[in-house]
Design a protein around this ligand. Structure first.
Ligand code: SF4
Length: 363
């Protein structure tokens, strides 16, 4: 089911921008004009049952005064995979219990859509003046596809890369927990040479149903992934966050079997696995908003380098080893598998190929 959007708000400075008016018409809504502060004030005065849930139904259109293109912040002391992100939208209609966006409840709870996306393309060109290749995605502070039928982010970015003949130098990932691929399929048809990756974040159904409300089921996500592979789009699978609890071990093995028995391994760009890690501040949010969360189970320990809590190393090894061996059984050679936000000692223990070998399209 598509996420519900109840309100379209435009920053008065951009009152004539075409996109928000088009979306409002499409949804049968009357656009309203407010500054960010006015909107924040209104939402605080009328928070409904849960301010964050109420704000997730609001699209706010404005400009981004900062940079769009950034290197993935990663975390201190972990192996970096050299990924870049474009934050053209911040905020998401879903409400995952572990989502980092919950930190922004205070001053940015709604979905902000930036209208000056041309600037992101200029930043890509500047980057490419000094680098041969860019692997980039929009799914860091938003779900790349959940609202693509309205925002057409895929059409914008792929269309602009086509106009600038950059398909052999930019690989663009759209990361999602939705099955919203209708527009992406059209875009691939329009630009068959585009180097697109559709990344699906997946988790065991028991956790996903309870703690990723509104997202598509894993069956729906895999149906969407199959359609994309059939259309020539490479797919990525992100097992993240993995809840390394013994009681979920068999469920994760079943999930791996379900996913890789359906997909074509030749059209899998990469697979990531990342054990759940979090800051103490997020613990407080989880306790407050999702007191029964499975995220609060299991033994975790703060890291010396980034102060994030992680499962103990032996438990991470156990899960990563089992993931590696089960996933490998579906591939002829090494699967394009890497760990997200993991430390060098774990890479060395796991003897996984390093990121530069996984991201083989980077020339
Ligand atoms: S899909 Fe991603 S961005 Fe959206 S709520 Fe979940 S974790 Fe946050």
């Amino acid at each position: 089911m598509r996420p519900e959007i109840k309100k379209i708000v435009i920053d008065p400075e951009f009152r004539n921008a075409e996109l928000p008016h088009k979306i409002a018409e499409n949804l049968g809504l009357k656009p309203e004009f407010m500054t960010k502060e006015e909107l924040l004030d209104e939402i605080r005065r009328n928070p409904g049952q849960d301010l964050f849930k109420t704000a997730k139904k609001v699209l706010f259109f404005t400009e981004n005064k900062g940079r769009f293109l950034k290197k993935c912040p990663g975390s201190k002391g972990v192996v970096c995979c050299n990924y870049y992100t474009i934050n053209s939208v911040t905020g998401c209609p879903y409400d995952c219990s572990y989502c980092i966006l919950q930190h922004y409840i205070g001053n940015n709870p709604f979905i902000t859509v930036f209208l000056n996306k041309e600037k992101a393309i200029e930043e890509i060109e500047t980057f490419l003046a000094e680098n041969r290749f860019l692997r980039v995605g929009t799914g860091e502070l938003a779900d790349s596809l959940a609202l693509d039928h309205l925002l057409d982010e895929s059409g914008f970015f792929i269309g602009e890369l086509s106009r600038r003949s950059l398909f052999d130098r930019v690989q663009f990932e759209f990361k999602t927990k939705s099955a919203e691929v209708e527009r992406l399929l059209e875009v691939k048809k329009l630009y068959p040479e585009a180097n697109i990756v559709a990344g699906f974040s997946v988790n065991v159904p028991r956790f996903s149903m309870a703690e990723e409300p509104g997202t598509a089921t894993v069956e729906e996500r895999m149906n969407a992934a199959k359609q994309l592979q059939a259309a020539g789009v490479n797919v990525a699978i992100h097992f993240d966050p993995v809840l390394m609890l013994d009681e979920l071990f068999d469920d994760y093995m079943k999930l791996i079997d379900f996913i890789f028995s359906q997909l074509d391994p030749e059209k899998i760009a990469w697979i990531s696995m990342g054990g759940f890690r979090h800051t103490l501040a997020l613990t407080e949010t989880i306790v407050g908003r999702n007191p029964g969360s499975l995220l609060l189970c299991g033994e975790m320990f703060p890291s010396d380098s980034d102060n994030k809590l992680r499962y103990l190393a032996f438990q991470r090894r156990k899960f990563y080893t089992a993931f590696n061996s089960r996933i490998s059984s579906y591939f002829k050679g090494n699967p394009p598998l890497y760990m997200c936000m993991e430390k060098a000692f774990m890479w060395s223990d796991m003897q996984l190929q390093f990121p530069e070998n996984v991201f083989r399209d980077n020339k």
